[in-house]
Design a binder for this molecule. Structure first.
Ligand code: GAL
Length: 419
């Protein structure tokens, strides 16, 4: 055959291969998630748009409910009935649990992940790996131990950001005396537990927090320091409004940003909803670490897993494109700017990010990293769910003492860890 024909045939072949590996088939790609609040919706749209460019038609499988408890239950039912979606927002130790059921696609077998160690931090790699193999695709990092301060209210009274719990109570009492709600708070158990988590980090210290909530070490769980953490937690109850039971974090974030409350404890996904409403870091709100936790970064890494399906070429191509899109710096930057997080990838240009994300990135590099147990980073969701419920019941009970709550926690944890 003529050399030129061979050359042009191989060029056609190469272009064909290129198109095949970078363009997906427009079959719907169903993705389970719980991003249903305004900021989350905007960030989900970033995902939809980035996939669309690559010819992936995002099919929305959204389950309302911050924190994802409802979503995980629906996913379990779908998986049991043999019809899981193509991908789902699964995080932390739950990735291992799903992998044990042999339902997940191994990301290493799908795409070349060898370069990932060059740009993913170790804590992120460990979070999405099972036995040193990638089983999830990490997209971003949220910081959970934030205290948000309403700029207008703090400026009006010339208040300084509290860095200790003592200062926090002084500021909260002052604000309450002025007839303003000191603390905004939603009405679901995980939001109560999120506040407790920051208090536990501060009272127990990062090492003992990890011992208690990652390793379920009873010597820390059943300790005087844990009782102290529960007592401190309860002292904050009087500053919260009586949130309607079941009220999601978005509504609590609204009363804070609309100047009806001075402070708010929440992970930085909340910033996404304020950005969506045109609010700006520093001008409208400030971010400081929760009192007593300035040396700690409590992390929450969003990631997706892929479910094994019929395994056709089209499906595999779509899965590859999905993974390669999610791990790309372009997507991770656009997504995190909308979500309030920082990209999971390191060494990306954060110059266009707001001051809180920049601080988050700095602190992620320089502070002690602990997994957020309320955000599925420390234990699997079935263990975490019961602990969260107990913490919330204690917070809202008028009769349960801190000592009793700690005893119940001790018994619960023993039962959860006994085989
Ligand atoms: C977390 C999730 C975040 C976030 C939050 C509130 O579990 O990781 O992405 O949006 O729930 O829904």
């Amino acid at each position: 055959m003529n050399k030129n024909i061979i050359k042009s045939l191989s060029t056609v072949f190469c272009i064909g291969t290129y198109i095949l590996s970078y363009t997906a088939n427009a079959a719907p790609f169903e993705v389970l998630h719980w991003w249903t609040e305004p900021g989350e919706l905007q960030s989900k749209q970033v995902l939809v748009d980035h996939l669309k460019i690559k010819n992936i038609e995002f099919e929305d499988f959204a389950i309302v409910g911050g924190g994802g408890d409802g979503a995980i239950h629906v996913l379990q039912m779908r998986a049991l009935s043999g019809t899981p979606p193509e991908a789902a927002q699964i995080k932390g130790p739950d990735i291992t649990e799903w992998d044990k059921l042999s339902m997940l696609v191994s990301i290493d077998k799908l795409v070349d992940t060898r370069a990932w160690t060059n740009f993913l931090p170790e804590v992120v790699i460990n979070d999405v790996s099972v036995d040193n193999k990638y089983m999830g695709v990490p997209i971003n990092i949220h910081r959970v131990n934030w205290l948000w301060l309403n700029t207008k209210i703090f400026k009006r009274f010339g208040l300084a950001a509290p860095t200790t719990w003592k200062q926090f109570f002084t500021v909260a009492d002052f604000i309450q005396a002025k007839g303003i709600k000191p603390l905004s708070m939603g009405g679901t158990p995980w939001q109560d537990a999120l506040l407790f988590e920051s208090i536990a980090i501060s009272v127990l210290g990062p090492d003992n927090y990890i011992k208690a909530f990652v390793y379920f070490d009873n010597s820390v769980i059943n300790s005087a320091a844990m009782v102290e953490a529960f007592k401190l937690f309860k002292r904050l109850h009087r500053y919260t409004s009586i949130a309607q039971q079941g009220q999601d974090w978005f509504w609590a974030s609204q009363s804070f940003i609309n100047d009806q409350a001075a402070m708010f404890f929440m992970g930085d996904w909340v910033k996404g909803s304020w950005t969506a409403a045109g609010k700006e870091a520093l001008k409208d709100y400030r971010c400081v670490p929760a009192p007593g936790t300035e040396e700690v970064f409590s992390y929450n890494i969003d990631s997706f897993v892929l479910f094994k399906k019929v395994n056709t070429d089209v499906e595999q191509t779509n899965q590859k494109v999905f993974v390669n899109t999610l791990i790309s710096p372009e997507f991770q930057i656009d997504f995190s700017k909308a979500k309030g997080s920082i990209p999971a990838r390191q060494n990306v240009d954060l110059s266009s990010f707001d001051a809180c994300s920049k601080q988050s990135a700095y602190d992620f590099d320089h502070k002690i990293k602990v997994p957020s147990f309320t955000q599925n980073m420390a234990t699997s969701s079935h263990q975490q769910g019961q602990i969260i419920q107990l913490i919330s019941d204690y917070f809202n009970s008028e009769s349960l003492s801190a000592e009793e709550a700690v005893q119940q926690l001790d018994v619960m944890v023993k039962a959860l860890t006994s085989k």
